[in-house]
Design a protein around this ligand. Structure first.
Ligand SMILES: [Zn+2]
Length: 254
């Protein structure tokens, strides 16, 4: 069995000092590639350092919507420089987050647009975060010329998902798809085209059932997410592993 964890944060606490141990237990579960996602300048730099030190790890560079107001003046030139690194495979994570109050929505929208511009300019896919901002995220993405990206930790209903998939975007699922009563997200995981679906743990957050609530989450729990999606679609874990690995290989061009 072979999986790719397309979104995890081995670049933040409490995972930061445990890289080797985490990679070993992930490998035991067949996870042989991991994308470590930056949320600000320092964590993007750490992601790159991890990717330089470990052949399984690839990095991304970007400013998370909650971190916009803390970003340095010259953030964009720093991100552009990092995007030129051969092991940086995507722009982000970016997007909109209206759940937390850390950055004003108008500022988040500017950063989001700048990241979409960078994705289009570099040809690298963008990783998008959406929390409680379905309509604004959808509008901004549909208005923009970029069509290569993934909505990480898909949170919304099918009527939001469909136009984004039609535009060319991928959706990726975390442990939230395993949570009881999360029918909204399960419905999307069941209906969407398999060739646009990817898996991620978003470690250290969102530990899947049956370990829900246990912290920290780790990449080794990825197969539980595959199992749930296999069950929803009437497929085997092997079917999901093969399809999602193929999707991630093509999407990120490792
Ligand atoms: Zn993330």
């Amino acid at each position: 069995m072979k999986f790719i964890d397309t979104h995890c944060h081995l670049n933040i606490e409490p995972l930061l000092e445990r890289t080797n141990e985490i990679l070993d237990s992930a490998a035991e579960q067949g996870i042989d590639k991991l994308v470590v996602v930056g949320i600000d300048i320092p964590t993007s730099e750490i992601a790159i350092r991890l990717a330089e030190d470990h052949p399984q790890i690839y990095a991304t560079a970007g400013i998370h919507p909650n971190d916009c107001s803390k970003a340095p003046e010259d953030w964009e030139s720093k991100i552009v420089e990092m995007l030129a690194h051969p092991r940086v495979v995507a722009v982000g994570e970016t997007g909109l987050d209206y759940y937390w109050d850390d950055s004003p929505p108008e500022l988040q929208k500017i950063f989001f647009r700048d990241h979409l511009d960078l994705a289009l300019a570099t040809g690298k896919p963008v990783i998008i975060h959406n929390r409680d901002a379905d309509q604004d995220v959808m509008n901004q993405v549909l208005e923009h010329g970029n069509s290569k990206g993934v909505f990480h930790c898909w949170p919304a209903a099918w009527d939001i998902a469909r136009p984004l998939i039609e535009k060319g975007y991928h959706l990726s699922f975390t442990g939230t798809v395993t949570f009881k009563k999360n029918e909204l997200v399960q419905d999307v995981a069941k209906r969407m085209p398999l060739e646009r679906l990817m898996l991620e743990t978003d470690s250290p957050f969102l530990t899947p059932a049956p370990h829900r609530g246990k912290r920290p989450n780790e990449p080794k729990y990825l197969p539980y997410i595959a199992d749930k999606i296999a069950e929803l679609r009437g497929l085997t874990q092997d079917d999901i592993a093969r399809a999602t690995t193929q999707n991630a290989e093509t999407f990120f061009t490792f």
